[in-house]
Design a protein around this ligand. Structure first.
Ligand code: MN
Length: 494
């Protein structure tokens, strides 16, 4: 448990059954909540709420959930039948994400003892269908989880959804700072920031590079010294960056940039940011090391003014906290076409998060062809093999679209001794031909969030909560049906 936020557990019933049955309903629901809490290993706590039995109670608890800043979502379960017209008032007001848990207290039918009292109490098989109807009738997105509450699969689905609900909660008060504007003439990193705030909750505002560089210039020498000691302990420093090295001054500049950038972000309450090499003002070097380390500390980042990806990096890092595998800003950089298997080399000029590094990153300094600044310091590393995904949020003009492509990261085919950037090599599902065709047809960006911690399930839950279009490219993707899906969605979202 790392979050102080909570999920409310709502059990639906009705008065018809009498106080004895309702008492048993409450006891059983409490046992389920305690069981989930003790065994689920969830990132946020589940709180039992009194069983709701009439429209007034239901509406009241939904309004209270909206008003409670700590409540990130609701798990609803109908132990008995709970006539669903009673839920219309509450559900029409509810603003928090909802998971419909379709379970029952007992796992198996007690063949020798089952009687009508048992049947009167254990009705979720039909009670939850009544609840499902009203949510579908009201066109409410929700996650439906089916199975016995002690099963690993149910716990896993609930746990993942709670992580997504926490990410969604983060988005509701996320502030994204844009240092400079967009890279000139670039299309996909643009978009409707007002619509994004309406849809997702996060705000995006612009700042001048001088708003940051004043903090860079004010960096305290003792803080710079302490930060460089941290670099020395965490990374393998290139010779020229070591004490007495010919470019030690550049490492000191990089440390000052990190201190100033962090001060700017923290003073303004920003948990995500963008910068643009065309709008760097008096920055001495393009922030490479600083951006990489701030991402590793949990800040979202998007290059070249890409505020949508910056917001998604932050949100996905909140979802993924404590899980194995890192999450980073990423760009499809260059291809490895072969007749056997084609691969993608993902990288960026500098800004890849060391949360996806395998082994100790090396801290290096090399010239950069663009930006017209001094050589930037950066972390260089490879990333571990294993499953992952790339996610891209684009603005289609009338809606936001989330595109997800599952991948298998692979070990580098050969060493890359002359490539001075962090990188990942991956095999996109189902193969590069289909994956890139589908991605390009969908209008997916060259920028993505790459994660080895999250799976498609998380992104699907996120898209449902946000109420946005999701296109998944995975092992099952066929181009013709993918095209049909794009066309069908065009009508659905009209
Ligand atoms: Mn880029």
């Amino acid at each position: 448990m790392t979050s102080t936020k909570v999920v409310w557990f709502l059990t639906g019933s009705q008065h018809l059954y009498g106080p004895e049955t309702l008492k048993q309903v409450a006891n059983n629901a409490n046992e389920i909540v305690n069981g989930l809490k003790n065994e689920g290993n969830f990132i946020a706590n589940i709180v039992f709420k009194p069983v709701v039995t009439d429209p007034e109670m239901i509406t009241k608890v939904c309004i209270e959930a909206n008003a409670d800043a700590d409540c990130i979502g609701i798990i609803a379960w109908m132990h008995t039948f709970s006539p669903a017209k009673m839920w219309i008032g509450g559900l029409s007001r509810l603003k928090k994400p909802l998971l419909h848990l379709h379970t029952q207290f007992n796992a198996e039918i007690p063949w020798s003892s089952i009687d009508m009292d048992f049947m009167n109490l254990n009705q979720s098989a039909h009670g939850d269908r009544e609840f499902g109807f009203i949510m579908s009738r009201m066109r409410i997105n929700r996650k439906v989880v089916v199975g016995h509450w002690k099963s690993e699969s149910v716990r896993s689905k609930i746990g993942n959804w709670i992580r997504v609900a926490l990410g969604w909660d983060e988005m509701q008060h996320l502030k994204v700072a844009r240092i400079g504007d967009n890279m000139r003439e670039v299309a996909v990193t643009e978009g409707d920031k007002v619509e994004a705030q309406i849809k997702f909750g996060f705000s995006v505002n612009g700042f001048d590079s001088s708003d940051v560089t004043k903090h860079v210039e004010a960096a305290d020498p003792s803080s710079v010294k302490a930060l460089i000691e941290e670099y020395e302990s965490q990374y393998v420093l290139a010779d020229s960056l070591k004490a007495g090295g010919s470019q030690r001054f550049a490492l000191e500049d990089a440390a000052r940039i990190e201190i100033g950038l962090k001060k700017f972000l923290d003073d303004g309450g920003f948990k995500a940011f963008t910068d643009t090499f065309e709008n760097l003002g008096i920055f001495k070097q393009l922030p490479g090391l600083a951006v990489q380390r701030l991402m590793a500390a949990g800040y979202g980042f998007g290059g070249e003014g890409d505020w949508k990806t910056a917001a998604m990096v932050r949100t996905m890092k909140v979802m993924a906290q404590g899980l194995e595998g890192g999450t980073s800003f990423m760009e499809d950089y260059t291809y490895h076409f072969t007749s056997a298997k084609s691969l993608v080399l993902g990288a960026h000029m500098l800004e890849i998060c060391p949360s996806i590094a395998s082994g100790k990153p090396s801290c290096e300094i090399h010239p950069l062809g663009i930006g017209g600044k001094a050589d930037p310091v950066r972390l260089v590393f490879d990333s571990p093999a294993g499953p992952g995904l790339n996610a891209s949020l684009v603005d289609m003009g009338n809606r936001f679209r989330l595109i997800v492509n599952t991948v298998d990261a692979v070990d580098p085919v050969e060493k890359l001794p002359k490539l001075p950037v962090a990188r990942v090599l991956w095999d996109p599902h189902p193969n590069l031909d289909v994956a890139a065709t589908a991605w390009i047809l969908a209008g997916g960006a060259h920028h993505t969030v790459y994660s080895q911690a999250l799976t498609t399930e998380f992104m699907e839950d996120f898209a449902d909560i946000a109420g946005i279009e999701l296109l998944v490219i995975d092992q099952d993707t066929k181009i013709r049906s993918f095209k049909d899906l794009i066309h069908a969605n065009e009508v659905y979202y009209k």
